[in-house]
Design a protein around this ligand. Structure first.
Ligand code: ZN
Length: 160
């Protein structure tokens, strides 16, 4: 196990995860983009900033449809989720110039998924000297930039 970090947003997440009246991805897509940190919408999928990030610039990409298994994604959804992942990498590269990335799916609670019934792709920027992937998905990092500031930068670049 990694050392616990001071990460109040994770605590808030843990406290609120089971109290949410609905699915956060379904709520996000139905809500206001800026409020919900939605940076990009396409036809079958959308991308948003993770409100409880493991690293600065941590993005989530999900289909609009509330589906819980990877295999249930249609071809169009699977393609668009990955296209959004590519676009997210490009936007993050311009803003942060990370040295690497992890792209991944946490399928099932045991694999680290906080939300198990609406599949989503994690896009996590990485830098030399940060933790490796497993601690990243299992713990939290100190975030240096506010979500609001990053949201402005990302939407400006990504939406062009
Ligand atoms: Zn949902």
């Amino acid at each position: 196990m990694t050392r616990p970090l001071w990460a109040p947003w994770r605590l808030e997440y843990i406290q609120s995860a089971d109290e949410q009246p609905g699915c956060v991805f379904c709520l996000a897509q139905a809500g206001d983009d800026e409020e919900q940190l939605v940076v990009r919408r396409c036809e079958a999928a959308f991308a948003l900033l993770n409100r409880f990030p493991y690293a600065s610039g941590h993005l989530l990409v999900a289909p609009y449809r509330h589906v819980g298994t990877y295999g249930e994604l249609t071809d169009a959804e699977a393609l668009e989720v990955h296209h959004l992942g590519q676009q997210g990498l490009a936007a993050l590269a311009e803003i942060y110039a990370p040295q690497g990335y992890n792209l991944g799916w946490n399928l099932g609670r045991v694999a680290g998924a906080g939300i198990v019934d609406h599949v989503h792709l994690h896009v996590v920027p990485r830098w030399e000297g940060d933790t490796n992937f497993m601690p990243v998905v299992g713990d939290a990092r100190v975030i240096v930039q506010s979500l609001e500031a990053l949201y402005e930068l990302l939407t400006a670049r990504w939406r062009g």
